[in-house]
Design a protein around this ligand. Structure first.
Ligand SMILES: C[S@@+](CC[C@H](N)C(=O)[O-])C[C@H]1O[C@@H](n2cnc3c(N)ncnc32)[C@H](O)[C@@H]1O
Length: 285
């Protein structure tokens, strides 16, 4: 069987298991089996696929059909221009989360305007948000936390691989492990409703429940995040969190209730509410 026929077979089998991208997923998985990057796979359409690679490819397609994310099968996911190791200990980084990184980079003090700025990435998972910030702004001291020791292990490995150095990474609930004061706190907490989480996991999604389930409305963690972040931020410091597309108003209200000013809701490329940010202003006496 040649590459073209293998891709047709694989993308046909994937169909609904890879909504929107069965051909792309098939090309990535065939590339894994052949030891080639995706572009090289597409350039090799007439070539024969060796029998051992074809067996591996079909096994990968089977795993994908059972609901395993392509990123877990590949062992990596690209995020903000870098390749992060991922496995079932962590959520697969989503392209939407790049907006959280962009918002964070806008909120940080400009280089050279203050002492070394400090930023904390809570709910770090693979570390993709905090490591991206540290890579884009080497002058910023970035720390990470997560309630999952397994996730922190992977986040730390990603930091070492991508930055060539370790980041301070601590285990703890919400922001309990973070040692302030900070100029910026970022968080992408679990915000999927419990009902949708149950549906996703029943459908074969292999991601950790604790990375998805945000309670009945998906909003369970935001009040604690806002209250704890407010206590940990310097005056003028900011909090930015990722949200579900229907949570903008509710999370903005939680921010205001916790004392934040200049609360803004930012939309992603699809036009959906995706990030809420707020600033801790000096208290007027
Ligand atoms: C939605 S994932 C975000 C991962 C990563 N920051 C990203 O953007 O891809 C949420 C993360 O929060 C962690 N988590 C869940 N509940 C937590 C809690 N109560 N306190 C701290 N971390 C928690 C999970 O282990 C998971 O790694």
């Amino acid at each position: 069987m040649n590459v073209r026929a293998a891709l047709a077979e694989g993308s046909g089998a994937l169909g609904g298991s890879s909504p929107g991208s069965p051909f792309l997923d098939a090309a990535l998985l065939l590339g894994l089996a052949l030891g080639l990057e995706r572009d090289r796979v597409l350039a090799a359409m007439p070539d024969e696929v060796p029998p051992a690679a074809l067996r591996s490819y079909r096994a990968y397609i089977g795993r994908r059909c059972s609901g395993e994310p392509v990123a877990y099968i590949l062992g990596y996911k690209e995020f903000y221009g870098r390749r992060y190791s991922v496995d079932p200990r962590v959520l697969v980084p989503r392209p939407d989360t790049e907006l959280l990184v962009e918002t964070a980079l806008r909120l940080l003090p400009r280089p050279g305007t203050s002492r070394e700025p400090r930023c904390h990435d809570a709910f770090t998972g693979s570390g993709c948000v905090g490591v991206s910030i540290a890579a884009e702004r080497p002058d910023v001291e970035v720390s990470l936390s997560d309630a999952s020791a397994d996730a922190l292990e992977l986040a730390s490995a990603n930091a070492r691989a991508l930055l060539g150095r370790a980041l301070d990474a601590r285990e703890g609930d919400v922001l309990s492990a973070a040692v302030g004061p900070f100029d910026l706190i970022v968080a992408n907490p679990p915000y999927v409703t419990k009902a949708l989480t149950d549906e996703l996991l029943l459908g074969g999604d292999a991601e950790p429940r604790m990375a998805l389930d945000g309670g009945e409305l998906g909003l369970d963690l935001y009040p604690d995040i806002a209250a704890q972040a407010y206590a940990l931020l310097s005056e003028g410091g900011a909090l930015a969190v990722e949200i579900g597309e229907e949570q903008g108003e509710a999370v903005a209200a939680i921010f205001r209730g916790a004392g934040f000013g200049d609360v803004t809701v930012h939309t992603d490329l699809a036009g959906s509410d995706r990030v809420v940010a707020g600033v801790k202003h000096a208290v007027r006496r």
